[in-house]
Design a protein around this ligand. Structure first.
Ligand SMILES: NC(=O)c1ccc[n+]([C@@H]2O[C@H](COP(=O)([O-])OP(=O)(O)OC[C@H]3O[C@@H](n4cnc5c(N)ncnc54)[C@H](OP(=O)(O)O)[C@@H]3O)[C@@H](O)[C@H]2O)c1
Length: 301
């Protein structure tokens, strides 16, 4: 084992929410990099249950860092209850975590906090205007972690756009569109497909998290590529890469539809100048080559 790997092993990292899409990938990549990382999800410690959280953290005796991926996510539930649960998880964590041993927290938040029609390009200076309960819950989580409760422990808030890649179970926008076109031969687009989004490949997020853990900081960062594409362009990129010609069905958007989310990635680039982000086209090619959907279809005719 090399010297840098030995240094990595001495740091213990707890990934809260490792049974989910991002937590699983983050844990996997940290371990591959030689980091002494362990995963905790609701089966090991229900963050909504204060006693369980206290019990879990009372067993942590060495110094450690936390990657906070646990949440009731927008894809799974948009309810008021989910919002209060997301806030409660952060509260319980802050209540029970042994501060003296905690070296850093990385909290996965969302660009949803900027609201439905932010002025573009969005930067970290854009005022958050959350427009739904999920976004309010994420913003409350951010605020709670910025309270002096953590004392001198660095707490990095990473605001994520739509993340896609291995392990997303076709719940990402990229995954959902790819599944629709490969299974049904058609895709459904809400609105006219011209709204622009920034899509992040999951391995890029994992690289960012690892770098933050190596050099912790307090502050907010949008983890974005700075290259937004319209949903229609995304469908064309996916169909070209998968060599499919899906029918496109446009469905009326409701008044709640979110407008363009275009980002100024200056802060992200200056914090990680040597980070090479995977361009969307390459990310899509990688996604399709590792997806089993096409093989499944060939197999079942
Ligand atoms: N995926 C994206 O594109 C995206 C975009 C923006 C922000 N984010 C944020 O990134 C984080 C991870 O997202 P994801 O896509 O990986 O979500 P996910 O796949 O739904 O995973 C959520 C994780 O949270 C855990 N969890 C839920 N309730 C819990 C509880 N009561 N106690 C302990 N753990 C609990 C789940 O564990 P169990 O299965 O054991 O319940 C699971 O491991 C979330 O905070 C989300 O808001 C994600």
């Amino acid at each position: 084992m090399g010297q840098s790997n030995r240094r990595q092993c001495s740091v213990r990292v707890v990934v809260l929410g490792h049974s989910g899409f991002l937590g699983e990938q983050i844990l996997l990549r940290l371990r591959e990099a030689g980091v002494n990382a362990e995963g905790v999800s609701s089966a090991q410690c229900d963050l909504l249950d204060r006693e369980q959280v206290e019990e879990y953290f009372s067993g942590v005796t060495s110094r450690f860092q936390v990657v906070f991926c646990s949440a009731r996510t927008r894809q799974k539930s948009q309810s008021f209850d989910s919002m209060t649960q997301n806030i409660k998880m952060v509260q319980n964590f802050l209540h029970a975590v042994p501060r003296q041993q905690l070296d850093a927290v990385v909290y996965l938040s969302s660009v949803d906090v900027y609201g439905a029609h932010p002025k573009v390009p969005i930067s970290e200076n854009t005022t958050p205007r959350p427009h739904n309960s999920y976004a309010i819950g994420k913003l409350c989580g951010e605020y709670l972690l910025s309270l002096p409760a953590l004392e001198d422990c660095p707490a990095a808030i990473l605001r994520l756009p739509g993340v896609y890649g291995a392990g997303d179970q076709a719940l990402s926008v990229v995954g959902r569109l790819f599944r629709q076109m490969s299974r049904d031969g058609r895709v459904k687009i809400v609105g006219d497909g011209r709204v622009r989004r920034d899509f992040l490949e999951v391995s890029n997020l994992c690289s960012v998290v690892r770098r933050v853990l190596e050099k912790p900081f307090t502050g907010t960062l949008n983890i974005v590529t700075g290259q937004s594409v319209s949903v229609l362009e995304l469908v064309h990129m996916l169909s070209a890469a998968a060599r499919l010609s899906p029918a496109i069905e446009f469905v009326d958007a409701d008044s709640q539809q979110v407008g363009d989310l275009v980002f100024d990635a200056t802060k992200m680039r200056s914090r990680f100048p040597d980070l090479q982000l995977i361009p969307l086209q390459h990310g899509i090619a990688k996604y399709i080559s590792t997806s089993t959907l096409m093989e499944d279809m060939d197999r079942h005719g």
